[in-house]
Design a binder for this molecule. Structure first.
Ligand code: F0G
Length: 487
């Protein structure tokens, strides 16, 4: 534990307030538009928060991907980048940072997380083969199914329940896992995958004890085990505060143990390391040689993999900074602060609070909107309308349709309000809580959405929708009554 564990500082007043462990030295001006302007923008952008231009967004809580605040040491390192197609010194610095961090031998660079998924799926997934995972991520699953593979999920049944007191909802249910492997046979399984900070169920962690069990079973059965470490920072913080046996262990030793339990690690450097890029880390030479050949084909030469050398330098520093509890505590503590403000007002949110962001439970928020009318997407439109706040739908809209064209209804209908690292202040989060609580009181006014333009793959990125009926006009009228300024 570092000497500066601000995460343990308590206010004498007893108030539960998270404390920033950084000071702001560069800022970006943001604008809150009038609600009527926001309504116009929403119509122009098909009620899809991915399509909103930033100039019309007040608080961008779409994602923590590539938008985390970087440290002065990261910016300083960017000046020292060695621009070169082959043999860049920057590559060797990043390679050695990954070795130091994970204890792995080889590092393959890629332009972002899904590029790693493309390489891994291309190497290992065959038509009809299975990938076992605690829970899928959108891009991961798309790469697996693109190649004719299938996904089997192993989280316990309560992981898909929004309210729970399970501190590790991302854990594998070992019973489900074993039964599936016994039934299916190992030759039909491409690999098992563990996602840290399980994204789509609300940024929920997996315990180290559980990863040990998964690893032991995979080794017994000769199954390849792949770790998605994109959300390692949040998961690491939760291991430290929720897994009692780890309280006295250093963050560095926890990461090393995690890494030693799996065969291959990949990550989105837009999340882990607070820069932009990605990479694959491993020890096995045969796997390295197999995966290596895809890097120049899909990404770029082996010493940059599609990344800018400046981002690679920032990532190397960012990895080291991930081992500071006062750096990685910031997002979980601010998510918790926002969550507590909302719970106080009775707003349904995912508990325990996870990393990444606060997740509103759209199914309970607006139970009158059926899943076929995309409640989480509709809530996303409404939150933008009343607060200029951009969230991300994580529900049926983010699923792909079944091969017969029917909807694949999601287990959960969530609206994620991401809390990128060190970006927002507490008063901004209080504004979010205020507008979302106001909306909750007027929830009966919110209606559903329907597609006006639906792309075939990853439809949530570019699809356009329209409101069913005139619920947005009614919501605006109610808002202007309570907030005559329209802001
Ligand atoms: N794995 C996880 C767990 C992720 O959260 C992401 C991205 C990826 C892989 C893909 O990485 O974006 O660099 O290609 N999550 C972002 C999000 C998009 O907003 O949660 P990428």
């Amino acid at each position: 534990m570092s000497n500066n564990a601000y995460s343990r500082v308590r206010f004498f007043s007893g108030e539960n307030v998270p404390l920033e462990t950084h000071k702001v030295r560069m800022v970006q001006r943001i604008y809150l538009r009038h609600i009527l302007d926001r309504h116009k923008v929403l119509a122009e952008t098909g009620n899809n928060t991915f399509l909103l231009p930033n100039r019309d967004v007040f608080l961008d809580m779409l994602t923590d991907s590539g938008v985390n605040a970087m440290s002065e040491a990261q910016y300083a390192a960017m000046f020292m980048a060695d621009d070169s197609y082959a043999g860049s010194e920057t590559f060797y610095r990043l390679e050695s940072a990954t070795r130091e961090f994970f204890g792995t031998k080889y590092f393959l660079p890629a332009h972002q997380g899904r590029a790693c998924e493309n390489i891994l799926a291309t190497a290992y997934v065959k038509p009809g083969s299975y990938v076992i995972t605690n829970y899928h991520f959108t891009t991961t699953k798309a790469h697996i199914t693109r190649l004719g593979g299938l996904v089997f999920e192993t989280v316990a049944d309560d992981a898909a329940k929004t309210k729970s007191d399970n501190p590790f909802k991302g854990n594998y249910d070992m019973g489900k896992f074993r039964a599936f492997v016994e039934k299916t046979g190992t030759d039909k399984i491409a690999f098992a995958r563990i996602e840290l900070g399980t994204n789509l169920i609300g940024g929920q962690p997996i315990s180290l004890a559980n990863i040990r069990e998964v690893s032991q079973y995979c080794r017994e059965k000769g199954l390849k085990l792949i770790l998605d470490a994109s959300l390692l920072a949040d998961n690491l913080y939760f291991l430290k505060v929720r897994e009692k046996a780890l309280a006295r262990k250093s963050l560095a030793s926890i990461v090393r143990e995690l890494a030693s339990l799996v065969d291959i690690i990949y990550f989105s450097g837009r999340k882990l390391g607070c820069a932009r890029g990605g990479g694959i880390c491993l020890n096995d030479e045969a796997d390295y040689r197999l995966l290596r050949d895809f890097v120049p084909l899909f990404e770029g030469f082996l010493t940059y993999g599609g990344m800018s050398v400046r981002e690679m330098e920032a990532m190397a520093v960012g990895l080291r900074e991930t081992l500071d509890i006062d750096v990685i505590s910031q997002t979980p503590l601010f998510v918790e602060a926002l969550g507590e403000l909302l719970v106080e007002k009775g707003v349904p949110v995912v508990t325990p609070f996870g990393g990444l962001g606060l997740h509103l439970d759209a199914s309970s928020f607006i139970p009158h909107v059926p899943q076929e009318h995309y409640p989480a997407g509709a809530l996303g439109s409404a939150v933008y309308l009343v607060g200029g706040i951009r969230g991300m739908e994580r529900g049926t809209l983010s699923e792909q349709r079944n091969p017969d064209g029917s909807e694949r209804l999601s287990n959960m209908e969530l609206l994620r309000l991401a809390v990128p690292k060190r970006v927002f202040t507490l008063s901004q989060l209080k504004f979010v809580a205020d507008r979302v609580s106001w909306l909750y009181e007027r929830r009966d006014l919110i209606g559903g959405l329907t597609f006006s333009d639906e792309p075939q793959t990853l439809r949530f990125f570019l699809g356009r929708l329209k409101p069913i009926g005139d619920w947005q006009e009614k919501l605006i009228a109610a808002f202007l009554k309570d907030m005559p300024s329209g802001l």
